[in-house]
Design a protein around this ligand. Sequence first.
Ligand SMILES: *Cc1c(COP(=O)(O)O)cnc(C)c1O
Length: 500
Amino acid sequence: MKHQTYAGYMQQTYGFSGEGELSDFMTRHNGDLYLGGEINLTELARSHGAPLEVVYTPQITAQVQRMQGWAAQARARAEYSGAFLYAYATKANFAAEAVQTALVAGAHYETSAAADVVIAHSLWRQGILPADRLIFCNGSKEPNYLEAIRNLRLEGCERIVPVLDDLDELRLLSDTPAPLMFGVRERAAGNRDGTHPGNDRFGLSSDEIDQAAAQIAASRHQLVLYHAMIGSQVENEAHFLATLRDSVEHYCRLRRQVPTLRYFNFGGGIPTSAYSLNFGFDYERFLTKLMATIRDICAAYNVPMPDLIGEFGRYTVASHSVYLLEIGATKAGAPDQPDWYLVNGSLMVSLPDSILVHGQEFVILPLSDWNRPVKPVRLAGRRTCDSDDVYPRPDQAPLMLPDTGAGLIVAVCGIGAYQQMISGRGGAHHCLNPEPARIIVRERAGRLVVDYTPQQDQATIMRLLGYQPQHMATPLRFSPTAERPQLPRLRERPRLMRAR
Ligand SMILES: *Cc1c(COP(=O)(O)O)cnc(C)c1O
């Protein structure tokens, strides 16, 4: 036990033999770590150094297609006559490569803000957001959000569905001179069991829903959708189903009054496998049970089964990108405390949810040295002198990593959802920590295409903050390996991709 290797620890803790699938998006072959079964992260670290962001959009396609496959199975098993619609909740990652990949995979679009509708509008104009896709607009809507919805509708997009968060929104949209399809969001679903207090502010009470239904019935518009979101990363299947049950009953009661109602939308909450190697949510079983529940309740109320919609944020994008960070130095921990591994980046910038979401975990895997002894450590951002720049957090168990120390490169998984949106892309960050170089691998016409963006430079950061970089003394070099733009070399490297 004393000299257990990292490989031995992985075997003992996760039953992982050292080769093959670590999770549904991380694999290991011949000692190298792969993202999405294709991208050799060990090789990328060798050729490009760290820190490095690696984005692999075919993983998004795989996520959408898997869910559609499970839903098809579930529909057959549950003899569910409604359709299943997959929507991408773009707030999880607004990057063009993420949104466009989800759309190509067939996703509908869920917006959370005015600016989001403006993006959807431009994608719709270009045909990238095809005319047959629905656009669900959630959240509390400021005047510019309502204006953006109205503009898109008046330009001819009939499939936009504002989901009412407040009766004022209905009042302000009612005079739109074209028929609109409306949704109502159920307020009670957000915090029915008291465990999701932040969700309690969204949506309408039962009374307000009745009022909205009556007002819409008396207008040129239609009420088509019932929205009931219970939370995010909901891994407890029984809780998920039990909480939605009441909402399905509300749907059915409303459906008896409102014949145009045809969509039941459970919002987000479908968990991602990206945060834990012990993840065990059975998506197909969940959908089968949910569809069977809806089928039975609809039968009891004698209403047709609705088309079922999910708005998948984390699930769609959490697993498609990783950060590679290098341990630049180590420092002994306080007595009886694990040692510090100081990484060439910032944890609070890379993983803001580690600070924002209590108990949030990320999977962090070493790219090499699996045969070295394992030891408990904590990571700290060497490029910040902020005492909060640590992971795991003080109240969490330490991380187990090889005892290599300086030079070890780790893959931080599951960062594709929310992390970069919260920290921002392209800004000046905490302690002037530059954004790492980014490699985006996309699939085009059956081939993988690679784009490389070099690490953010000092002049850019200075300019963003109002300095005049032309007066800078010496250009700073943060990470010699990561500064060499090696895109041409990468293109020539067949070793990057594993043969299928
Ligand atoms: C954030 C959000 C989602 C996505 O939630 P995930 O848990 O990331 O899937 C879906 N719908 C609405 C209305 C949201 O606010």
